[in-house]
Design a binder for this molecule. Structure first.
Ligand code: FAD
Length: 294
């Protein structure tokens, strides 16, 4: 282990920002990413609140710029999932399927994972046809897509996919939890149908290989046929890799500024790219500052 190596778990906006700042301060960030650089941002239809992009920028286009910036700093990403993170003898150990890497400080930027089916019966044979994000679906064309949910993500996914598909949003109540601006855009979009008071209780397959959503509207049963279903029920923190031993020491290690949680994984109510980026930079500066004052 080199003294200046710092492990970062996750290459979403928070991890990327932390890596760039650490590199600028003379450190060598070891960044693990289990899927794609950019994390959840790959799903964003139009990012309008990240400074520097008048008129907005799509999530995937912003990720391309993040990648270029990482490359310009010579920061390599290790495309492996951290399976466990432990702390012993003043050292963290991150273990992946083929690597075991140690460092004195760690930045956790692992974000969130989707909440699963929320009371909807889904047979295992079709589980791989149910999606929780849109990043892998952006090539779909002329499909009927049903999105279940009523928050920012559900409405943003709908606007994104409606460019080339017909979308139905199902909300189980009348309570809309998204930004008013997103709701207005959905209302004005002829390719999106929004239905409230629809409780989906089962999803199955039809004989023609479509998806059949069995729903209840007030006391009446209705069926909705769809090519693809996206569940957007909210997200929960992704911290499964922390060992019991580390969890016991977590508070103390945070207080000593050896362990940092940055971005969505912090569990705040408000989750945005600029917040994640700011927290990534802050953690990196604290690590660098600590080393300077030694
Ligand atoms: C539909 C949608 C629209 C959005 N629109 C906007 C917007 O307009 N403006 C805005 O500011 N924000 C927007 N956001 C929110 C923004 O995308 C997130 O706040 C931001 O991506 C959080 O960054 P993060 O780095 O904390 O986490 P994430 O982006 O979730 O990144 C975490 C990364 O860690 C990786 N990871 C997790 N566990 C491990 C592990 N064990 N080993 C290795 N890697 C791991 C994941 O694969 C992921 O790449 C939107 C989000 C969605 C879903």
């Amino acid at each position: 282990m080199a003294e200046n190596e710092i492990i970062i778990i996750g290459a979403g906006p928070a991890g990327i920002a932390a890596a760039i700042q650490l590199k600028r301060s003379g450190f060598n960030p070891i960044v693990f990413e289990k899927k794609n650089i950019g994390g959840l941002l790959n799903n964003a239809n139009l990012v309008e609140n990240y400074p520097g992009f008048p008129g907005g920028i799509t999530g995937p286009d912003l990720v391309i710029l993040f990648k270029e910036q990482l490359e310009s700093f010579g920061i390599d990403i290790i495309y492996e999932q951290v399976q466990s993170l432990d702390y012993d003898n003043e050292l963290f150990t991150a273990t992946t399927e083929s690597n075991k890497i140690e460092s004195k400080a760690v930045i956790i930027a692992s974000g969130t994972k989707p909440k699963l089916s929320d009371g909807i019966t889904i047979p295992s044979k079709i589980k791989n046809r149910i999606y929780y994000e849109v990043a892998d679906l952006l090539e779909l064309e002329e499909k009927n897509i049903t999105i279940i949910g009523a928050g920012d993500a559900a409405f943003d996914y709908a606007l994104n996919l409606a460019r080339k598909n017909s979308i139905t949003i199902l909300n189980r109540s009348d309570n809309i939890k998204c930004l008013p601006l997103l709701y207005e855009r959905v209302k004005d979009n002829n390719s999106i149908k929004y239905l409230s008071q629809i409780q989906v209780f089962e999803i199955d397959e039809t004989a023609t290989n479509k998806l059949l959503l069995k729903c209840r509207n007030n006391n009446e049963d209705i069926d909705i046929i769809s090519d693809c279903v996206i569940l957007a029920f909210g997200r929960e923190l992704l911290l499964d890799f922390m060992t019991e031993n580390l969890l016991k020491q977590k508070d103390e290690l945070e207080k000593k500024e050896l362990l940092h949680f940055v971005g969505d994984v912090n569990g705040r109510l408000y989750r945005q790219t600029s917040i994640a980026v700011g927290e990534g930079v802050l953690a990196a500066m604290k690590i660098a500052g600590k080393n300077r004052t030694k």
